[in-house]
Design a protein. Structure first.
Length: 310
């Protein structure tokens, strides 16, 4: 990655986007991040834009003013959103972004962050279908020669900054706010198996995709193994050092993620197309996550919502 290149990260203050921005900055790039609200600790040039509601001309003007060499679309979080909001972010933003890029004179590399939940005929969740629509917009614009797009379909991403609404986020909340010992963590039956990847590894994949000869490719990003969710929860409890009992009960709150039973990606294409592989172990990712939530700033929060399978 050539130092000094201009990188624009859409959704650059979110969980994944923050790490993507950091990875590009570490590679010597000039990073700007776009999001609705400016967090107190943003480390890069910040541009306040609500990408789901801004007029098309605003996005086109933004691209013209920033003149990026690379655009990373890290929008599309699903935490706490309605189905309509998921559609607007996951499908609507990529369509508008590719339309705006097609009207510019420059052709920056577009790295679109998709999801392994796009797999399936059709994908089994509304989120997966919305993300697939976003990927389709990028691939269509790339095939037409309007953009130079690469799609990275991320496996389940964990690590420092993981949202509170995630499975591990809610478990951590229960451990931090427990009023008795041992803490009791109540969960829906943990029968799923998922491919998990450290968010810092995923961010490095985005940096690799910015230079790789992979335009028009869709590449899965993961470690290539399906890990029992139960073992990941147990690992977090062990790492925390908080005495706790995990209780799995049928009447715990469900959400749409419970529809996903098993995910596992083939890491071979990422090695071939990007020269990338995941190198951080899940133990390291979970430890980094726990250090983040238990480091002081996260203490004293409100009691956690009911924990459910992620």
């Amino acid at each position: 990655m050539a130092a000094g290149r201009r990188v624009l990260v859409l959704g650059g203050t979110g969980f994944v986007g923050t790490h993507v921005a950091t990875a590009f900055a570490s590679a010597g790039c000039r990073v700007s991040v776009v999001a609705r609200h400016r967090p107190d600790d943003v480390a890069h040039h910040f541009i306040p834009v609500d990408l789901t509601t801004a007029r098309d001309a605003v996005l086109a003007d933004l691209l013209a003013a920033e003149r990026p060499d690379v655009v990373v679309d890290a929008t599309g979080s699903s935490w706490g959103l309605s189905a309509a909001e998921i559609t607007a972010r996951c499908a609507g933003v990529p369509r508008r972004l590719t339309d705006a890029l097609a009207r510019t004179r420059r052709r920056p590399r577009l790295v679109h962050l998709g999801s392994v939940l796009e797999h399936g005929r059709p994908p089994p969740t509304h989120y997966g279908r919305a993300k697939l629509a976003g990927t389709a917009a990028v691939l269509s614009a790339t095939a037409a020669g309007d953009v130079a797009g690469v799609v990275l379909r991320l496996a389940n991403v964990i690590g420092p900054g993981l949202p509170r609404g995630s499975l591990l986020g809610r478990v951590a909340d229960s451990l931090l706010t427990a009023t008795r010992s041992p803490a009791v963590v109540r969960l829906f039956p943990l029968i799923a198996e998922r491919d998990y990847v450290d968010v810092r590894d995923a961010a490095e994949a985005a940096v690799a995709a910015a230079d790789a000869q992979a335009v028009g490719r869709v590449v899965d990003i993961g470690r290539g193994e399906a890990v029992p969710v139960r073992s990941l929860v147990r690992l977090l409890v062990d790492v925390s050092g908080v005495p706790a009992t995990v209780v799995e009960q049928e009447d715990a709150v469900r959400d749409w993620r419970s529809q996903v039973g098993c995910t596992r990606v083939d890491p071979g294409p990422a090695r071939e197309a990007l020269g990338w592989r995941a190198h951080r172990e899940l133990d390291e990712a979970v430890r980094a996550f726990w250090r983040h939530v238990a480091g002081g700033s996260e203490r004293g929060r409100r009691p956690p919502p009911p924990v459910t399978v992620d």
